[in-house]
Every structure is written in C-alpha cells, then in structure tokens.
Design a protein around this ligand. Structure first.
Ligand code: NOJ
Length: 762
C-alpha cells in the first residue's frame, strides 16, 4: 500500500520531468533546424525576417504586383499584418514559400483584440466580468476563428494599466488594478496560446505596449509617461510580467519613452529588464513606425541610426518603418554588430518554428475550417453569455429592473438603432452587417409576448456635426439630417405613449480607442438635453449606457432610476442587453475602473497612495489633500456593481491574528444570496499596509472570487494570505517584499464597502 502511495506521489514529478525533457529535446531540435537554415541565409535575408511592412491592399492577385509582393519574393519580409481572409493569406504565403529563394513562410498578424468576427466585449468591459475562465475562453474562441482565417499572431493582450479616463485606449485594457490586470493578462495568453502553439487552433500572443503606455500624461494619446521606478513596478509593470510568465511569445514596444528613452530603442527595458531579469525568450516587435519615431522623439537624426539603436536595444521586428531591413550596409561597414542581426533573426525563425509554419505554411489557411468556425452559432452563444457578465448595474431604484415583458416600451437614443457601434473599438475583423442593433435585440426578446416596442432616435450623438464625424470614423457616420428639435419632438411623442423608457445613449464606439483621448467625458450635449426632456414626462427611465471609458454620470445618477453600464459588448450586444433588461440574465459585472465625479479628478485610482496630508473621507478639509469644490471620492467605486438579488457577507475571520513573514494565514468569509433569484457575486479581498518603507495605497486588491449562488444559498470563500499575496516592490531595490507590522485585511463587495480585520506580520 505504502509503495503504491509513493508511486502515485511520484507521478506528477515524473510528468514534470518528462515535460521538461521533451521541451529540452524540442528546443534542441529547433536550434539545429534554425542553425541549418541560417547557415544558408544572406545578410539581406536575415534582415528581411525583421521586417513587418504595412500590408495595404495586398489581396489575391494584387500581391503579385505590389512592391511588398516583390520584397517577399526577395526574402525581405518577415510577416504581414491586418490582412484578412484565409484565401488572400494563402496566396501571399504561397509567394513566400514558392517564389522566394529559401521559401521561409511569413507570419500573419492582426489586431485580434476582443474577438474576431464573433466579437466579445471591449477589454475594459470584459474585465468587468472578473471571470477568468470566460476571459480565457473569449481569447480561445478568438484564436479558433482567427487561425481558421489565416492569422497566427495577435497583437493582444494589451495589459496597460490606466488611471486616466481621458485616454481613449483605456477601453483596450483591463482597468486600473495591477493585480486583476495580471490575472487577466495570464488568462488571455492561456486562451490565445493554449497548451501548444503548434496546435493550429492557437495563435501567438503579443503583450503590449511595453511599457507604461497607460500612464500617458494628461490622458493625451501618444504623450510621454513619468512614473518613477517605484510606481512603475508597483502600479504598471506586473501585468506585463504576468503575461511573460504565462508564456507569451512576443512583446510589442510602446510608443512612449521610459526613463527618457523611447521604448523601441530602450536597452534597459528590452534587454536588461525583459530578457535578462524576466527571462523572456520570444521576440519584440515595434509598434507602428515606432522605430523611425526615434527621430521624432529627437534621440537620433536618421533612420539608420534609429535602426541601430533599436537593434542594440533588443528589438527584433520593425513594424512598418523599414529601418532594420535596410541595415546591411551599416553591418558591412562595421557600424552595427552582425551578431545582433543573427540573434534577432533567430528569434523570428524560432517563432515561426513554434507556430509550426515550417511543417505546414498553410496550416492556418484551411478554408473549410473557416466556414465551420468563424461566427458560428456556438461562438455567438458564448459571446452573448460573456457579454451578459460584463454589464455593470450601477443603479436600480425600487427594483425597476428587470423589466416585465409587457406593456409599451419606448426605446430611444442615438445608440438604439446602430449596427457598427455594437462591437466597439478595435474590432478589425468585425462584420457589423451580421450583428443586431439594440432595437432588433429587444424586438426579438419581446416577440410573441404582447409587449409593444416603440422606437425613436431622439437626437444625434452631439450637436456638433464635425465632432460627431470624429467620433464615428471609419465610415460609421450616423448623422441624422433632421433638426434637433424635430428629432426631440418625435421622441417625446413616442415616449408619452410608453410605460417605460429605455434610453440607449452614450459614446459612439470610436469615441474611445486609439487616438480618441477626450477631456469631455460627460453625456454628449444633444443626448443629455434629450434625457432632461424625457425625464420631465415623469415616466421611469432605464439608461443603457454605452462607453469605452469611465465617464461622468452625475446627472444620470441623480435623475434616473436605473442605469446599466453596457460598455461595448461586442457582436452579441443587442441580445445580451435584452437578456439583462428583461432578467433572463442577472447582471454581475463590477467596475474595474472607478467612475469619477469630474474629469478634473484625473489621474485617479482607488489605489490612492497615502499622502502627507491624509484625507481618506475625501471631503473638503482645509490643508488636507482634497478639492474645495467637489469630493475627491469617485461617484462609483472600483469593484462596484449591483445585482437583481442581494448578497450578505458574514462570519469573516482570519485563522490567526499573527502571521510570520514566511507563514500563511487564511481569511474566511461566508457569502449568502439573500434575495429571490440566483446570482453571481464577485468577492473581493483588499489589504492595507499602513506603515511600510515605501508608501502604499490605502487599499489594494489582492484576491477575488466569482461565486454563483442559488437564492438562499451560502458559500464560504477562503483566501490564503502570505508574503507572495501581500508584498510589494520595496523602494530602491524593487524586490518583492513583505515587511513586519500591523496590516489590515479587508473583504467586501467593492473597494469601498469592506469589513476589516487586523493582521500582525512578524
Ligand atoms: C498601433 C497600435 O498602437 C497597436 O496597438 C497596434 O497593434 C498596431 N498599431 C498595429 O495595428
């Protein structure tokens, strides 16, 4: 018997041993393969592997004529990006494989950010599910679809932490918290890459934007960033590291500088930190023209110099600048070390090897698989389910929601009947013509119920047509030529007939995303004015709010009984919104960015560091840290979100009030669904370290668990506390440390409403 136990205990050890042995053998085989291939390559061909030109209009046929196609034939291209379609990609791959001297296959990348044709919620929305399995699944589905359509490399996940709602790209990240952001980064990498990149249904992830891009000053796109090392490591760096540890195959350098040096040409960042300290073994790609922008940053005078600096810094692939590909002369003249070219080329070839492209360059271009999986019913059903988890119920006075499927419902708003806005920003592969509008979603949900749905647009997005055009780029112009008054009167007439008004309003999808920084983050004027008039009718109003960023919802909170933050929830938004409105889905999303009272509060995070003039209450108090005209607290705190049921937290205790530095203590809490319907709750663990060498936030998230409970059901949640969970990067050395002293352990339903217990660390 004892022997059996010993054998069973050894099984995992043997399995790990075998896995390591297999990996070592595979690595050795890959090295031999790449060595042999590189021995045949000219300098120009090696540099060609580092080149990621703009794809432009390469499609079947045209590829043969364009310059890019000619470069591919000469072995001067390593990959292409944002080219869509298995057939088109197959044709371009054919040129590389059959018409270039060495037949090295190309990498095909794309901004598959939150789904492919099946679009999931924008990453900010997705993060509000706090559901790691769902997030991983979304990436897995995206990979399944994209790889069936020719793509083997995605420029995702974007893991930039952001404390500034003015920055449009806050929509592409997972919010403001590095702990949660790290868990999401890992889940995304796992989802994209699966167990093995050799699996034709997985694709290579690219962690971006390394580093600190989310800290752009004043939230202005492409601006500089200034976190010092202490804040960089404690607030921003962890999600990049988590993604690397999860095995991400590539990293994209950010546009911004770090320590005054552009990330793309920053040796400390790419070689010292990423490779030497963090052990990253994949390749680094620049962002779009990031290499030649070293000139714009003013750190060099010409492209050749920029290319040399970037190569020396550790950049492997150059997106669009065509800087690295032209370095042959500099190498021959001794201005640039040819061994660096070899190292970068090796990393590019290894990526292709791992993706199985040398075994079968067309493995991602299986046309029959495309028809079967892309935007298939099963994927759409998953996207609808996940979208339902991401919506955040901000307010629900007197349980106005869920709405009964009866009576007359007026659906009003600039976002109520638009298709292209549903998927949200950065949905390169989206096919909006196949997605429903909110109006269609509600019609489908109400069909056969006897309830009547009336609709009026009510207003344009905003009064200023030029501003509206900016916010609806890419031909998504939604301007209604009628006068504001005519539209308003029509909406009021419709609303008068209804029992309840659903207002689908907020931002258009392109008002957030890349280069969509804004200082006005309130409800756009025309929509606000319409809401004011609708309110005068005295009917209940449910606001279904669209946004790609945290916005200011003061008036809405004061004046409307129910608000759902629906973000942009992807291709299945319309059905998911109907599911939540009518109670087929009980909302469970919680904010991963707090919502401000005023744009002037930015930069702003629940992770407020202690200051010399403490003011945790946030009200005006002369000579403490505060504003004299508004509370410095958020309107809705980080971690906040309501449900159609209620939850109670009881029996919170620690298994010990003292924890040795190298010990463990458990925090227990019992959560009970005290309402009448099943629901999911996100239980959150925060800690506070009031006295430490380095200043720490008042509270910081260090654990969470998503629970689903039947009505009346209770479950106990247990978090294990130890130095790993409770530490921080101490000042100067930046090593992860836990210091002895009195700490607080906090558990609750959001970052504001917690129960606290002391824990002495010895
Ligand atoms: C620029 C963006 O910053 C980056 O996120 C994206 O992946 C590239 N363009 C490629 O489209």
């Amino acid at each position: 018997m004892k022997r059996l136990w010993i054998i069973l205990a050894l099984v995992p050890v043997l399995l790990i041993g075998c896995k390591q042995h297999n990996e070592a053998t595979e690595d050795a085989q890959m090295r031999v393969f790449v060595d042999q291939l590189m021995a045949k390559m000219t300098l120009e061909e090696k540099l060609g592997q580092l080149n990621l030109p703009v794809t432009g209009d390469i499609v079947t046929g045209q590829a043969r004529e364009s310059n890019v196609a000619e470069d591919i034939r000469h072995g001067l291209v390593g990959g292409l990006f944002n080219l869509k379609g298995a057939a088109a990609i197959r044709e371009v791959q054919r040129i590389a494989v059959e018409e270039s001297r060495l037949g090295i296959p190309l990498l095909f990348g794309m901004d598959v950010i939150h789904g492919y044709e099946t679009v999931f919620p924008i990453p900010l929305g997705l993060s509000c599910s706090w559901d790691m399995a769902a997030i991983e699944r979304s990436a897995q589905v995206a990979a399944r679809e994209a790889t069936a359509d020719g793509i083997c490399w995605t420029f995702s996940p974007m893991v930039d932490i952001c404390h500034d709602g003015r920055w449009g790209r806050i929509s592409e990240g997972s919010g403001e918290d590095p702990y949660l952001g790290s868990r999401i980064a890992e889940a995304m990498v796992r989802g994209y890459q699966g167990e093995s990149l050799a699996d034709p249904e997985t694709m290579m992830a690219c962690v971006k934007h390394f580093a600190l891009y989310g800290a752009v000053e004043a939230g202005r796109e492409y601006n500089n960033v200034y976190p010092d090392d202490f804040h960089a490591f404690n607030e921003y760096m962890q999600p990049y590291k988590a993604a690397i540890d999860a095995g991400a195959g590539s990293v994209m350098a950010a546009f911004n500088t770090v320590h005054g040096i552009p990330s793309t040409g920053n040796k400390w960042l790419l070689n010292d930190l990423l490779r030497d300290q963090w052990g990253f073994r994949g390749f680094v790609v620049s962002d779009y023209c990031g290499l030649e922008q070293l000139r714009d940053h003013g750190v060099c005078t010409d492209k050749e110099q920029a290319a040399i600096q970037c190569l020396e810094a550790g950049l492997d692939m150059d997106m669009v600048s065509a800087g690295l590909v032209n370095l042959a002369e500099a190498v021959r003249a001794g201005k640039c070390d040819g061994r660096l070219v070899d190292a970068a080329c090796r990393r590019m070839l290894e990526a292709k090897y791992k993706l199985g492209l040398f075994d079968d360059p067309y493995r991602y271009c299986d046309l029959s698989r495309r028809d079967e999986v892309v935007l298939c019913d099963a994927h759409r059903a998953e996207a609808r389910r996940i979208a339902g988890e991401c919506m955040v119920l901000l307010k629900n006075e007197r349980n106005l929601l869920p709405l009964p499927k009866r009576g007359t419902i007026a659906l009003i708003g600039a976002l109520a009947n638009t298709r292209p806005n549903m998927s949200g920003t950065w949905a390169v592969a989206a096919v909006p013509e196949r997605y429903k509008t909110v109006r269609e979603g509600l019609e489908d949900a109400l069909r056969g119920t006897g309830a009547k749905l009336l609709y009026a647009k009510g207003s344009n997005l905003m009064y200023d047509a030029a501003q509206e055009a900016i916010g609806t780029m890419f031909g998504r112009e939604m301007r209604d030529p009628r006068s504001a008054e005519a539209m308003r009167q029509e909406a009021l007439a419709i609303a008068r007939q209804a029992d309840v008004i659903i207002a689908a309003m907020g931002e258009a999808s392109e008002m957030s995303g890349e280069c969509s920084s804004r200082v006005d983050i309130e409800m756009p004027d025309a929509q606000h004015d319409l809401l004011v008039e609708l309110k005068k009718l005295g009917k209940p109003i449910v606001l279904v709010h669209f946004a790609g960023r945290p916005t200011v919802l003061n008036w809405e909170t004061e004046n409307l009984p129910a608000i759902i933050e629906s973000w942009f929830c992807g291709s299945e938004s319309a059905d998911a919104i109907a599911d939540v409105l009518f109670g087929d889905v009980n909302p469970s999303g919680k904010l991963t960015v707090q919502l401000p009272r005023h744009v002037g509060q930015y930069p702003f995070s629940y992770r407020q560091m202690r200051t010399s003039r403490l003011n945790e209450a946030g009200d005006f108090n002369k000579f403490s840290t505060c504003y004299s005209d508004i509370s410095s607290k958020p309107l809705y705190p980080f971690g906040y979100g309501l449900s159609y049921t209620t939850f109670e937290y009881t029996n919170f205790y620690l298994t010990d009030s003292v924890m040795p530095l190298d010990g463990k203590v458990e925090a227990h809490v019992t959560v009970t669904n005290t309402g009448k319907r099943p629901g999911s709750e996100i239980v959150q663990l925060y800690i506070s370290d009031p006295v430490a060498k380095g200043v720490r936030p008042y509270r910081e998230l260090r654990g969470f668990e998503r629970l689903t409970l039947a009505a009346g059901e209770s479950k106990e949640v247990v978090f294990v506390l130890d130095a790993e969970r409770m530490g921080y990067f101490e000042p100067y050395h930046l090593t992860w440390t836990l210091e002895p002293g009195e700490m607080q352990v906090m558990i609750g339903a959001n970052s504001r409403d917690t129960q606290n217990l002391p824990l002495r660390v010895l």
